[in-house]
Design a protein around this ligand. Structure first.
Ligand SMILES: *[C@@H]1O[C@H](CO)[C@@H](O)[C@H](O)[C@H]1NC(C)=O
Ligand SMILES: *[C@@H]1O[C@H](CO)[C@@H](O)[C@H](O)[C@H]1NC(C)=O
Ligand SMILES: *[C@@H]1O[C@H](CO)[C@@H](O)[C@H](O)[C@H]1NC(C)=O
Ligand SMILES: *[C@@H]1O[C@H](CO)[C@@H](O)[C@H](O)[C@H]1NC(C)=O
Length: 633
């Protein structure tokens, strides 16, 4: 049981780390003997001028031009083809309009482009590009310089240095790293034999036999899908593969998902990209879909091997998809913050809905064309055979057809407008957010039944509703799940040939990576099909698919072949993913997942809170695992 204790240790340490991070803030400010302890982090916080919010800096603009009113325009470097927005107007010093100075707050998340125009003459005075730092205090001096010609200079001066807003992330990362090293040393100190004994015991134990094969990681004690199949029909020659790497990968994406859904410390890179592009938050959902695909194949194979009828399985699949969609609709329509829900505003699409539909399509596809996995046959399983791909040509054909529908609709559907709307595209198409995808959703589901604040509202000022989990994108999540099925096939077809498996993972990862580079031309916005989470563009799927194969390439040998890592702590939430997903959404606003922050605008406090909340979910998953409680639908 030492390994189990190891898991506990890891969690305890994780919580400890989070509390260290927050220590200063938890100390009540009043008591004098503690004041000294809290002093240094306080200093950092004190630098925030009261009027500034998170990710903002103060910019003072001094207009020292005689008789010229200035208009200052701003746009973000990351806003692709965006219009300038008026920031402020500054009248000259001594003039009737005011003191010749204006104070504004500017965003510090990305670089800023400032343009200063003469208000009356509509003449550009100067333009500058700068990355402001959080809570910094800057002055922009606009004045004449007399060096022969009449010239204007714009000088940016730093009055007060910004804080290092990424420091908490670095600290959290270092603490995490220290923990991993400490735990590994601990493991080495305890005799290695004991540990290996435990691993093999755990892997061979009765419980884990049943724990592996379930699409969403919720195993049952008897049978993942089929219900009451008799053990007599079990083929002892082909035991179901025990693949911890699948559960570990699922848990990893789930835990990242919980962390970013809880806010990810309010850092932009832990939030979804505005439109095109990729952030940490954009990684997790496709990975989850991918691993669901792998599990569909693994579990279906083992169930069919046990003699379950296809027809019964179909019923099960339909029921599960239905349940997923129902639970999903409940989850995306919370009551507590928006007041009682009105039927006119029910949001229909969502993450679980997307998962449900994807699950249904991929599982039915696999069920229709299910073939027995070839038995041990040296020739067929050689390193260069393509049995895993060729055996599923009907599925691939259908997937390619679906994909052409996606491409056709995305590029050729006559939509009154184009992406991403708002002030993007030089402001020409303000109401076409999402192009065809958005159009189809608005047409079929109606504006009110969609997500009202997609991630592009902030940067691109879009106004129409757009749902990132809409109908059209489902096609590409089906493609993603099917890549996962392919990974599952590789794992099963080449069961005892680690080398063959690793070669295939590498090949898939490279091919998908190359496709992504070709589609995006290696750029964020300029490619044929940019990487886009909101649209689930095909390049997004190939990019994330490529990453997923590379992750399996690492996890499979480390977790399953060599047993170097048990997959803890990700393994536990991976086993109970529906429960963790639903739980984290439902209890989002409850203690200890959320509490009142002392300074609502501090990244550090948000980060601490989000790490604690995530760690608590890992802990809950661990306890449930020990108690063998799994929520299966
Ligand atoms: C910013 O710096 C200027 C110039 O040093 C100073 O006058 C002003 O009070 C500062 N503002 C804040 C909010 O600290
Ligand atoms: C600048 O703007 C102020 C207020 O808007 C106005 O009163 C003033 O006449 C303007 N000055 C010039 C030189 O345009
Ligand atoms: C500022 O002036 C330039 C030069 O006249 C003009 O092209 C530009 O449109 C103006 N900028 C804005 C944001 O109006
Ligand atoms: C876009 O939608 C907004 C709000 O619905 C509306 O006020 C605006 O006129 C629309 N713009 C165009 C160009 O259709």
């Amino acid at each position: 049981m030492r390994g189990a204790r190891g898991g506990c240790w890891a969690l305890a340490a994780l919580l400890l780390a989070a509390s260290v991070l927050s220590a200063a803030r938890l100390v009540p400010g009043g008591s004098p003997e503690r004041g000294a302890q809290a002093a240094s982090p306080r200093d950092l916080d004190k630098k925030r001028p009261a009027e500034l919010k998170m990710d903002q800096a103060l910019l003072l603009i001094h207009n020292e031009l005689l008789g010229t009113n200035l208009t200052v325009y701003w746009k973000s470097e990351w806003c692709y083809q965006c219009l300038f927005q008026v920031l402020v107007s500054v009248s000259p010093r001594g003039g009737p309009g005011g003191p010749g100075m204006a104070a504004v707050s500017v965003s510090t998340q990305h670089g800023s482009i400032l343009q200063l125009n003469d208000t009356l003459a509509e003449k550009e005075i100067c333009r500058l590009q700068y990355k402001f730092g959080e809570f910094g205090n800057y002055s922009l001096l606009v004045k004449h310089v007399h060096n022969g010609v009449h010239e204007v200079a714009c000088d940016l001066v730093v009055n007060e240095n910004p804080v290092d807003s990424d420091l908490p992330v670095s600290v959290a990362f270092l603490i995490g790293l220290a923990l991993i090293i400490a735990l590994s040393l601990l493991r080495l100190l305890f005799s290695l034999d004991d540990f290996n004994n435990w691993i093999s015991k755990a892997i061979n134990s009765q419980e884990t036999d049943h724990l592996i094969n379930s699409e969403l990681g919720s195993p049952s004690r008897a049978d993942p899908l089929g219900g009451d199949i008799q053990p007599a029909t079990w083929h002892p020659s082909t035991p179901p593969p025990r693949l911890r790497c699948v559960d570990t990968f699922r848990g990893l994406s789930l835990i990242l998902m919980v962390f970013v859904n809880y806010g990810g410390g309010k850092y932009w890179y832990f939030k979804h990209a505005s439109w095109n592009g990729l952030t940490v938050a954009d990684l997790v959902f496709p990975w989850f879909v991918f691993i669901m695909g792998s599990s569909i194949f693994l579990s279906m194979t083992s169930i069919l091997q046990r003699g379950c009828s296809k027809f019964r399985l179909l019923g099960k699949i339909a029921w599960r998809s239905f349940l997923l969609i129902c639970i999903g609709i409940i989850i995306v329509n919370p009551n507590y913050c928006l007041g009682p829900l009105s039927w006119d505003k029910v949001r229909i699409p969502g993450v679980l809905q997307r998962l449900g539909v994807t699950y249904f399509v991929v599982a039915v596809l696999e069920l229709l064309f299910a073939k027995p996995v070839p038995e041990n046959c040296a020739l067929e399983r050689s390193c260069f055979s393509l049995g895993d791909v060729t055996s599923s040509w009907p599925q691939w054909l259908l997937i390619l057809m679906l994909e052409s529908i996606w491409l056709g609709l995305t590029f050729f559907l006559p939509v009154p407008g184009c992406p991403p709307g708002g002030i993007g595209d030089l402001g020409e198409h303000p109401n076409c957010t999402g192009g065809a995808a958005g159009y189809i959703d608005r047409l079929l589901l109606g504006d009110d039944h969609l997500h009202q604040r997609p991630s592009c509202t902030v940067l691109y000022h879009t106004e129409v509703a757009y749902d990132p989990e809409g109908i059209l994108g489902t096609i590409n999540s089906i493609v993603m799940a099917f890549l996962g099925v392919q990974a599952g096939k590789i794992l099963l077809y080449y069961k005892d040939q680690t080398k063959a498996i690793l070669i295939r993972f590498t090949a898939w990862g490279c091919i998908l990576g190359l496709i992504s580079v070709a589609l995006t031309k290696g750029s964020e916005n300029e490619g044929f099909i940019p990487v886009n989470k909101n649209l689930w563009s095909i390049s997004y799927v190939t990019t994330l698919g490529s990453f997923a194969f590379f992750i399996l390439l690492v996890l499979y040998p480390v977790v399953d072949v060599r047993g170097l890592w048990t997959g803890a702590p990700f393994f536990y939430p991976g086993m109970n993913s529906i429960l963790v997903y639903v739980g984290h959404e439902v209890f989002e606003n409850y203690f200890p997942f959320q509490w009142k922050l002392e300074d609502n605008q501090s990244h550090k406090e948000h980060l601490t809170q989000n790490i604690v909340a995530t760690a608590v979910w890992v802990l809950i998953a661990y306890i449930l695992y020990r108690k063998k409680i799994f929520w299966k639908i």
